[in-house]
Design a protein around this ligand. Sequence first.
Ligand SMILES: Cc1ncc(COP(=O)(O)O)c(C=O)c1O
Length: 389
Amino acid sequence: MQIAAEVPQQVITGEIGRTLAEMELGCPPAVTRALYGALGGGELGYLAAADVAQLQDAVGGWLADAYGWEPQRAAIRPVSDLVAGFRAVLTHLLPAGQPIIVPTPGYMPFISMPGQIDHPVIEVPMLRDAGGWHYDFEALRAAFAAGARLLVLCNPHNPIGKVATAAELDRIEELVAEYDGIVFSDEIHAPLVLGERQHTVYAARSARAAAHTITATSATKAFNIPGTKCGQLVFTNPDHLARWLEIGHWHEHQTSVLGVVATSAAYGGGREWLAETVAYLRGTIAEAVALLDAAAARTGIRVIRPDATYLLWLDLSETALLRDDVSAAQAVREAAGLVVTDGSECGAAGRGAVRFNAALPRPVTLEAMRRLIAAAESAGTQRAHTNRG
Ligand SMILES: Cc1ncc(COP(=O)(O)O)c(C=O)c1O
């Protein structure tokens, strides 16, 4: 195994965790070698047409092999990163002021950024039951009826780790078609599916879905290379593509040549590393969830095992950890020494929850879970004493 897995218990001191979705598990050796090679060859210029073609081949090859999807290679367009790509799509493909729909809890920039560029966000909370998370189709319909046209489909879904079912994607497609909408389908977490449910490329499902979708994809999340700055938008509607080709040049130009090198190497020589890493994450997540579940009756911490991603969405609303004076994340930091994302950054539906990034050496993640459990138990005991006193 190439990833660093063993950390002796005694070295796990200080705060644990990180708020961004990146892994403390390195990246594929093939990527490191390719980057050294590029540096040695002085490949540090601006993005050239040959780099774009190389990227289109690498990404096109991966999409075909991994998902059986073969979009036109020329419709795979580089962007520096997916947040920048999302921003460019909202700016250039939507009428100014038009609201957008984000199922929540949602990835933080989907909530915070659109409002800054005059696209109000209609948050549509996901429903949750013993079977997991589900889309609220009535609320999605109401959001379209209120004037929104673009739905952000984050599949697999950061931060809750859900992989949408075929039936759900069917209903989304129906609804979007009914309102002549657009789907921004962020599939950056697709290679990080941990469970049985397979990832489906939304735009690959039908000609109708393709015609109303812009797909966002990237090697950066699964291969842990976000600092290399290279993402892709895949256009499957000719009008969207034509508009992008009119306005996209300077957006594409922000993409790093080293990002193209890293992405090509990841898709070319990093697949074994990815398979090992996914297996490792699957084990870590399973053990972490088992620890939390075993203590749930004592702590009140609720977690749904994610189908994908290395993120754990921890609902603390029934624990004694929450305080009125600080956010849930700050309360967890003070009580357990964990650095987590506050759920409220993922929309109003996230209040009282935190997102923990479990892509750490397994002993570190498990130590984090033990600390959280101990902190929740201790807060519960203190509260019981206070209530009695
Ligand atoms: C769903 C989702 N989209 C986009 C991004 C950001 O990707 P990039 O670094 O390409 O902007 C992330 C990063 O965590 C993410 O989880």
